[in-house]
Design a protein around this ligand. Structure first.
Ligand SMILES: Cc1cc2nc3c(=O)[nH]c(=O)nc-3n(C[C@H](O)[C@H](O)[C@H](O)COP(=O)(O)O)c2cc1C
Length: 182
């Protein structure tokens, strides 16, 4: 697949077929992640891959944690959190992405974010759908405790065979987001 086509053609996919994703493909997605740039090449990304019963156990626990969050911040503030939880539940593969950066550099998370973008593009090139899920932060301390990690949580990424083809979301024109100085 041509890179430009992948960059423009990739979409956030929120509906998946239940068909299993071969672990070989998941590993290809993760290898692509590891080719991202990172500050001082310290490669702070870490991944926890969940499928089957391990994924169900996690999403059940996450939903309970969302209810606790809701009790403290109120339901109007929950945004798309429950919807994202449903997506995580139904996707065949869920990858928790961590930032193991131990130096406290602000830039450590940037490499992890670049790794996530590589994952999404590689998944797309393999015919897979994916979603970058920030709603995992609605219970971030609980997620870290669940997995017993001291690493920082960066995101969750769901992966599966796409069951729909969403139209592209609009993009701001270049004039609005870039300035050129010479
Ligand atoms: C940091 C980040 C967090 C996101 N979190 C969520 C999320 O929790 N739930 C969700 O449905 N989509 C989430 N998205 C997907 C965005 O909504 C999506 O990328 C955006 O609407 C543009 O659509 P596109 O990816 O199809 O181009 C997230 C994307 C990013 C980059």
């Amino acid at each position: 697949m041509e890179l430009g086509d992948a960059i423009v053609g990739r979409r956030s996919i929120r509906e998946y077929y239940t068909r299993e994703v071969p672990m070989d493909l998941v590993k290809q997605v993760l290898v692509a992640a590891t080719w991202a740039p990172s500050a001082k090449n310290e490669q702070q990304w870490r991944f926890t891959v969940l499928t089957g019963a391990a994924k169900s156990k996690f999403t059940n626990s996450f939903r309970k944690e969302l209810r606790k969050t809701e009790r403290s911040i109120g339901s109007p503030a929950m945004g798309s959190a429950y919807g994202s939880c449903d997506i995580m539940e139904h996707a065949p593969v869920l990858i928790i992405v961590w930032n193991a950066g131990a130096r406290g550099w602000e830039t450590e998370v940037h490499g992890v974010a670049a790794a996530i973008q590589n994952m999404l593009l590689k998944a797309y090139s393999l015919g897979l759908g994916s979603l970058w899920i920030g709603d995992i932060f609605y219970a971030s301390d609980a997620v870290r405790a669940y997995f017993g990690k001291s690493w920082l949580l960066t995101a969750a990424v769901s992966i599966g065979w796409p069951a729909n083809s969403p139209l592209p979301m609009t993009r701001k024109p270049l004039e609005e987001v870039a300035e050129f100085m010479s």
